[in-house]
Design a binder for this molecule. Structure first.
Ligand code: GLU
Length: 751
């Protein structure tokens, strides 16, 4: 009977050239009848045994090289996944390839890796893991695992193998037959040769009975073989395993009926024109809200506005469907209740067929994806923290020093010392700085120099304080130094003043914390609490990742211990609390962006903790999923989705209100990068002054040597001897009377 089933499925391919991959002799035996049928029908069949020891690649490669595209895989459950994986590795899994897997336990194999390969994978099954009795049986068998992990309830039915189901059916049927016996069967002694009289009765009762078991109607033919079999034909689609038809052997008439849901393109062509969807929304801004109009005559769809409302409208324009909005009053998006064993919120409503689509800030999570289907995401996001903006720090005692970085203050001090010393040295070397102390005496005996070390320091500090002194350099070189110092002063003082003004007017905020780890660390000392939306995906994120970081665990435990206080059913309550108190609200970035544009004392703190998306939910295996997904992609492609986001986030109801304030740049101390140039200019000016003084000195020495008729080198030595003695600021007038030096000194002292 099964061979007939295989033959019918292969025939439905309408392809006469195929490969049978088998793994043991038993399956080859099964194929004998198969061959008998096909030998006469111009079919070309190649049999290939899969090698033992797990390396099936050589056989699979040969198949690929032979150009075969249709394969029948007849092997044990344990190796099906490996064979498929290796087929994928050798390039046997494309949209050109067709696989028929004869194994009845296909649903127990994780086929997700092949779901998107576009390969046509067909299989068969005797029971539907999604059906109520099978789910009940799985819950019973796997009760312990489910108690440990309530989510396991969804995958448990997929762990049931056919032999378990058949054993359950056999035992149940046998039990029922026993109850139908006219009298209680007598026990017999195994050691005797007696016949068990009830045995024949039981056999006859079983043969004549039709029992409705987990594997369908159980009935037997005269010989005792099961007949009237009903087998589901399944295919692997992007949404998972889908039933596409059935094969029955009712009254010995074997018949294959394929009733595939129309392929995406066909569905699209059909359009959803005559469809009317009940669309569930939740009044969370800016996804949906009541219109703010005094017109109370608004009823039905026109009552609402928002991003989700516009998105559904755009989709309906593309696909031509009608819709009616329903409001999820409790704003619950959807969480699994392990006590009631059912989904709550929007996901629950979709499953209970109270609505066809659900759209809100509905995050696609793996748990939810097991319960409902989602379209392609229409928005990407992650979790972050909404918290008060940092407050202004009290001014520090030395805040006057803030405009310059420390390095600048050090450089200014060094420049001050250097320029003062240079001025002193140049002033001493430079002949023009030595002046006649008594202007009435035409030929003085000695000259004086005002640029003593003390005066130089005084002059340089007078300039930088912008006060000035009576001292004024006379020579070109010293004036050069003074000029360049004034320039330095001009730039530094104006930069300081300008930046000081910025520092005095700008707030220098001190944040309470910069990321989630600091939040946990500082929470106690700063009295910060945190929370999130109750039963939302954010709380579930911390639950799922509480073992990844100890801080995540602390965050989750705190939220659970204070659930009544810190978890909110409506996110707006959380946002308002964050505005008022030291309360960090974990929220999805999309909602944070919306709020901080409108509530200026709030901000986002830290980076995103995860990455996920929002999608539109619908019942499992909905045929319109791909149509809607494609329409969403169209909207994305044309920029319409972006436009909608801008409209509802940045423009409507006070969007962008807080932005101007955010634009303010922070006050930062000037550093070397900002004012480095002025130090270089000052250094350059001082070097030029040194060159000038050397020139001046040379001219002076040449003049003296001409006047005293002494050799040039001697004059130079004499001059330098004097300069570098650094003793006093009085200089004898050497060229008039070179021997005057001593007497002039004493006379100056006397005077
Ligand atoms: N988007 C979340 C959900 O679908 C609700 C908001 C949240 O948990 O932060 O459950």
């Amino acid at each position: 009977m099964l061979t007939q089933l295989f033959i019918d499925i292969i025939r439905a391919w309408e392809y006469k050239d195929f490969v049978v991959l088998y793994d043991n002799a038993e399956s080859l035996k099964r194929m004998t009848r198969f061959l008998q049928v096909y030998n006469n029908n111009n079919y070309k069949i190649v049999f290939r045994q899969l090698e033992k020891y797990g390396n099936y690649r050589p056989a699979l490669k040969e198949v690929r090289k032979s150009g075969a595209t249709h394969l029948m895989l007849d092997c044990s459950t344990e190796i099906v996944k490996d064979v498929l994986t290796q087929a994928q590795q050798v390039g046997l899994m494309s949209d050109k390839h067709y696989f028929f897997i004869t194994n009845f336990d296909l649903q127990t194999i994780d086929l997700v890796p092949f779901q998107f390969s576009e390969t046509n994978i067909t299989g068969i099954r005797l029971f539907d893991p999604q059906s109520e009795p099978i789910r009940d049986l799985a819950e019973f068998i796997f009760a312990e695992d489910i108690a440990r992990d309530p989510m396991f309830v969804f995958s448990a039915p997929y762990k049931l193998h056919l032999d378990v189901i058949l054993i359950v059916d056999a035992v149940m049927m046998f039990g029922e037959v026993l109850e139908e016996l006219p009298e209680t069967p007598k026990s017999i002694d195994c050691d005797q040769n007696d016949r068990w009289l009830s045995g024949l009765t039981i056999t006859n009762l079983v043969k004549g009975k039709q029992y409705s078991g987990l594997s369908g109607i159980i009935a037997f033919d005269g010989v005792g073989y099961r007949n009237n079999l009903m087998v589901d034909v399944i295919e692997l689609k992007e949404g998972g395993i889908t039933k596409v038809g059935n094969w029955s052997d009712e009254k010995s008439i074997q018949k294959l009926t394929i009733d595939r849901p129309p392929y995406e393109n066909d569905v699209r062509k059909q359009a959803l024109k005559h469809k009317s969807f009940r669309v569930l929304i939740s009044l969370i801004e800016p996804f949906a809200r009541y219109k703010r109009v005094s017109d109370t005559s608004l009823r039905g769809n026109s009552e609402y506005e928002g991003f989700a409302i516009d998105l559904i409208h755009e989709l309906s324009v593309i696909e031509g469907f009608n819709y009616t909005f329903l409001n999820q009053i409790d704003k619950k998006n959807g969480d699994y209740n392990p006590v009631k064993r059912e989904w709550e919120g929007m996901i629950g409503a979709i499953r209970a067929n109270e609505a066809d689509l659900a759209i809100a800030d509905l995050t696609i999570t793996s748990d939810r994806q097991q319960a409902v289907d989602f379209t392609t995401p229409f928005m990407n996001l992650g979790i972050s923290i909404l918290y008060q903006k940092p407050r202004k720090a009290p001014p520090s005692f030395f805040s006057f020093a803030d405009p310059f970085a420390l390095e600048i203050w050090i450089l200014v001090a060094l420049s001050y010392l250097t320029v003062s010393m240079v001025l002193f040295v140049l002033g001493r070397i430079c002949s023009s700085e030595w002046t006649n102390p008594y202007p009435c005496i035409e030929e003085p005996e000695y000259l004086v120099n005002q640029l003593s070390l003390r005066n130089c320091f005084w002059f340089v500090s007078g300039s930088i304080m912008q006060q000035g002194t009576e001292i004024g350099p006379l020579a070109l070189s010293t004036r050069m130094v003074a000029g360049i110092w004034w320039f330095f002063t001009l730039i530094m003082v104006s930069s300081y003043t300008a930046n000081l003004a910025v520092f005095l007017t700008r707030e220098t905020p001190i944040p309470h914390f910069n990321d989630v780890f600091e939040l946990v660390k500082n929470a106690e000392t700063k009295g910060i609490k945190w929370g999130a939306k109750k039963d939302g995906s954010t709380v579930n994120f911390f639950k799922a990742s509480r073992n990844r970081f100890k801080e995540y665990g602390q965050i989750y435990d705190f939220m659970m211990d204070h659930a009544g206080d810190v978890l909110v059913s409506d996110p707006t309550l959380g946002v308002e609390r964050a505005e008022r108190e030291n309360y960090a609200f974990f929220m999805e970035i999309t909602s944070i962006e919306y709020e901080i544009q409108r509530r200026c004392n709030l901000t986002k703190v830290g980076k995103l903790l995860d990455e996920k998306s929002y999608g539109i939910a619908m019942r499992k295996n909905s045929t319109y999923r791909s149509v809607l997904s494609r329409a969403i992609l169209d909207l994305q492609h044309s920029g319409k989705l972006n436009e909608l986001k801008r409209k509802w986030w940045e423009e409507k109801r006070g969007g962008g209100f807080c932005e101007s304030e955010d634009d303010q740049s922070e006050a930062t101390a000037l550093n070397l990068k900002n004012v480095g140039g002025v130090f270089w200019v000052t250094m350059g000016g001082v070097l030029i002054a040194v060159v000038l003084v050397v020139a001046e000195l040379l001219m002076h020495v040449v003049k003296i040597s001409i006047q005293t008729k002494a050799p040039l080198w001697q004059s130079i030595v004499e001059e330098f001897k004097f300069y570098f003695k650094f003793s006093g600021m009085i200089k004898p007038v050497t060229y008039n009377n070179p021997n005057l030096e001593e007497s002039s000194k004493s006379s100056v002292k006397n005077s």
